[in-house]
Design a protein around this ligand. Structure first.
Ligand code: FAD
Length: 466
């Protein structure tokens, strides 16, 4: 079969590897001039950097593990986290350590959090009874993200850590976000889970990372895909997907390509528009809103900003959410010895004005200085903006996504997957699993949407680890 894969992020590349190996004739269309999507590693001031802090989860499913090993071999390094969180004006180690927390956090925070742990079982029971009553009366349960986090972790951590942090990421108070945001972003289901995690002996490997930058993974996958016979077209933005009875035509620039099946990791609203869905479906798609992220790369005139791999800023006193230092994620002798490029992540509304590079750089340096860090001379600033990073979940967006997925499920020759295609906040190992699954659901009759729906159901349990 002839298959067009749209998008060469990790999802599209995994699908290309798996479908090419299954014997299909595969062509990948990618708008950018390099592979990797959000996981790409551009070179700035002579250093490989990432588009925001990226690390690979320490464990993945066996098929994904095999793919990672094939793509990266010995360059996949096992690493220990060295993060720091700037919470209420104090620095904490991340992963959290009990003694560090007790000695550095304000006493009111420590006392509140301990109390919340102690009364956790009663809180859960009381809220279950309240929810049963509300559902019984026909009203909605307490299903916003903030109430869910308060119920699970207690008001101290929910209100003093997650509330400001999620407000910054999503641009709205988490009481206005669907509970799915809490389900997807916070693995702990009880306050005692957080405590148990802190008390457990630390594993040797907290995360994995490719030697020359996170983007080395996508580059390795692209090599595997090409090795299996796939063709990857870079700088080839797809503008139309036209379904016929016996084929689909993909238009990218002035080129048209006929294939039997299209599997798309592009944003779902873009796909349905390009594929000529009706006004009701395209209208529903407009409810699928994202927050964007400005990535402010500062080239610093010193070997390092700090020893940390990532610095987290949950408070709303700064728009900066996180600052990562790529050289601290890896052992790479090729990193320049005399300067270091760091990346600050600043969430933004993609409908807003264009970024002001100098103002963003000032905001980052002031944030770091206010937090007590000595910021070396800035040699250069580069800003990249990703318009679709955090899918904003509301009750309306869930309905809209269901509408889109229903429409796609009615197409014999089109499938949507990946982080943008399914409007999820999923991690790389999740989308790699999706990409591999694609090969199992395409056949001579086109897409087996029933089999795909079964895989999709499992993806709903994916939880993102920051
Ligand atoms: C700041 C940040 C931090 C992250 N941290 C982590 C982490 O620590 N660990 C982790 O596992 N994951 C992390 N992620 C998530 C990870 O980046 C995603 O899971 C992954 O990139 C999703 O891959 P994808 O292929 O589904 O989508 P994408 O990477 O978005 O790829 C989609 C591709 O489609 C292309 N495209 C779009 N429109 C068109 C068009 N019209 N024609 C052709 N091509 C098109 C895009 O250029 C892109 O290459 C992070 C993401 C961000 C933004």
């Amino acid at each position: 079969m002839r298959i067009a894969v749209l998008g060469a992020g990790p999802a599209g590349l995994a699908a290309a590897v798996a479908t090419a190996r299954a014997g299909h004739a595969v062509e990948v269309f990618e708008a950018g001039d390099q592979v990797g999507g959000m996981t790409a590693s551009p070179t700035i001031a002579g250093q490989r950097v990432d588009l925001g802090s990226h690390r690979l989860h320490p464990v993945a499913s066996p098929p994904v593990e095999r793919l990672l090993r094939e793509a990266l071999g010995d360059d996949l390094q096992g690493r220990r986290r060295r993060g720091r969180i700037h919470l209420e004006g104090r620095w904490l180690d991340f992963p959290l350590r009990p003694v560090d927390m007790v000695t550095h956090l304000p006493p009111s925070f420590v006392a509140g959090a301990l109390w919340d742990v102690a009364v956790g079982p009663w809180r859960s029971r009381a809220s279950r009874r309240a929810t049963d009553r509300t559902v019984g009366e026909g009203g909605p349960p307490d299903d916003d993200a903030l109430s869910t986090l308060r119920r699970r972790l207690g008001p101290t951590v929910a209100d003093r850590f997650y509330r400001p942090y999620l407000t910054k990421l999503y641009g709205v108070d988490p009481s206005r976000l669907h509970a799915e945001v809490a389900d997807r972003r916070v693995a702990a289901r009880r306050a005692t889970d957080v405590v148990a995690r802190m008390l457990r002996p630390r594993p040797e490997v907290d995360f994995r990372y490719p030697r020359t930058g996170f983007g080395q993974l996508a580059e390795g996958l692209a090599d595997l895909a090409r090795g299996a016979g796939a063709t990857i077209h870079l700088a080839s933005a797809v503008t139309a997907v036209t379904e016929h009875v016996d084929r689909v035509t993909v238009t990218a620039g002035a080129t048209t390509t006929d294939v039997d099946v299209v599997v798309s990791s592009l944003p779902a609203p873009l796909l349905v528009r390009m594929a000529g869905a009706g006004d009701d479906v395209v209208g529903a798609a407009s409810a699928l809103v994202h927050r964007g992220l400005h990535l402010v790369h500062l080239d610093l005139d010193a070997p390092r900003l700090s020893q940390a791999d990532a610095l987290y800023f949950p408070g709303t006193d700064t728009p900066v959410a996180r600052v990562s230092e790529p050289r601290n994620f890896r052992e790479n002798p090729d990193d320049p010895p005399d300067h270091s490029v760091v990346c600050a992540e600043i969430p933004y509304d993609p409908r807003g004005p264009a970024p002001d590079t100098a103002a963003l750089a000032r905001t980052v340096t002031e944030t770091l200085q206010r937090a007590g860090l000595a910021v070396p001379q800035v040699r250069g600033v580069t800003v990249r903006s990703l318009p679709r990073v955090y899918p904003v979940y509301t009750a309306g967006s869930r309905r809209a996504l269901d509408r889109l997925e229903d429409w796609v499920a009615g197409r014999r020759r089109i499938l949507t997957f990946g982080r943008q295609g399914l409007h999820t906040p999923d991690n790389t190992h999740h989308v790699l699993a999706m990409g591999l699954d694609v090969a199992d659901v395409v056949g001579a009759d086109g897409i087996d949407h029933r089999a795909w729906a079964r895989r999709r159901a499992a993806y709903r349990d994916f939880v993102v680890e920051d």
